[in-house]
Design a protein around this ligand. Structure first.
Ligand code: NAP
Length: 306
């Protein structure tokens, strides 16, 4: 059984970059992934701000290249979901849904998952109108009216993407100002298939078997309106995938991993990279930078501890 020296948890851009650097540095490297490589990036239709691509590149295509590159240097990818982590006299022991691994260093790159609205019947309508992934489910709403909720880069970019299929996209945001990049805001405002519902929140999700409409509440007037839609795409931010390492390494109040400037966590043999980390900018470019730095710091740690 392959025993890694560096175990990377999560095969998104941070994890795969860390794998490229650590395997290229000669460390037996294993990446654990609970689904398929890519993380949030594989669920992003087009990426237009990753350097080296003058034209928008599909998230899925870019992640496949990263995966191929990591494998080329000898990194191994196995499936499994991390469930518990502990430091023992033999090194770090990681339990997954499939087996237990030991390694000398671990890089946590488990990323984030979409935040849910927390409305009463939200989970009941998942797959019946409610989705957190436009690239996965957008084509199911061809020629239909859908809503997107959120005001960040994800909401606006995915609203724009959905206009490829949907007859109308209603963008619902709780403020008058978006926090998405200016260029995307300008495109969204100019898109004739997007209707803005600003200073509005979703008060109720309505439907029998499938989603039929949303009750919107205007935060300025207090008035309610009914918006008939077949789909709702939720893009209201991200929550870190760190439940499994709670109590082992230091996390902030929202659950993001706290690291120093070299990406070491509160435990010397454990490092973190990418969106899962407490940081101010979450971009593919910064995740890639994190992956490289975490792998170099893990390398230094292994050299000095051997
Ligand atoms: P985000 O930037 O955290 O934005 C979340 C949005 O959802 C905000 O507009 C927020 O409103 C709203 N919101 C939060 N909780 C809400 C609630 N309970 N009800 C209604 N609205 C709520 O999240 P994101 O767009 O998923 O982006 C996450 C990170 O990835 C960001 O750093 C982003 O820049 C990055 N990203 C980058 C790209 C790119 O560069 N191409 C693409 C996608 C994501 P307020 O504004 O009022 O707080």
């Amino acid at each position: 059984m392959f025993e890694p020296e560096i175990l990377i948890i999560g095969a998104g851009p941070a994890g795969l970059t860390a794998a490229i650097y650590s395997s290229r540095n000669g460390h037996p490297t294993l990446i654990l992934e609970k689904e398929v490589p890519g993380g949030q990036m594989a669920k992003t239709a087009f990426i237009e701000n990753y350097p080296g691509f003058s034209q928008p590149v599909k998230g899925f295509d870019l992640i496949q290249e990263m995966e191929t590159q990591a494998r080329r240097f000898g990194a191994i990818i196995e499936q499994g979901e991390a469930t518990a982590l502990k430091v023992t006299s033999k090194g770090i022991e990681l339990q997954t849904t499939i087996r237990t691994y030991t390694s000398k260093a671990v890089i946590i790159a488990t990323g984030t998952q979409p935040r849910s609205l927390g409305l009463e019947n939200e989970t009941q309508f998942i797959g019946k109108g409610i989705s957190y992934c436009a690239i996965c489910d957008g084509p199911l709403f061809k020629d239909k009216e859908v809503a997107v909720v959120g005001g960040g880069d994800s909401a606006l970019e995915e609203a724009e993407f959905l206009t490829r299929f949907c007859s109308r996209v209603h963008l619902i945001h709780r403020r008058d100002e978006f926090r998405a990049a200016r260029v995307v805001q300008e495109r969204v405002r100019a898109n004739p298939k997007i209707t803005l519902h600003l200073s509005q929140v979703i008060a109720k999700i309505i439907g029998k078997q499938n989603l039929e409409s949303l009750e919107l509440r205007d935060l300025k007037t207090g008035n309610s309106t009914i918006l008939p839609v077949s789909g709702l795409f939720v893009y209201i931010g991200l929550v870190p995938n760190t439940g499994w390492c709670q109590g082992v390494i230091a996390l902030d109040e929202q659950g993001f991993v706290i690291t120093d400037e070299k990406l070491q966590t509160s435990l010397p043999s454990i490092f973190a990279a990418g969106d899962v980390r407490k940081k101010s900018v979450r971009q593919i470019a910064t995740a890639v930078g994190d992956g490289a730095l975490a792998a170099m710091t893990a390398h230094e740690f292994l050299v000095h501890s051997s």
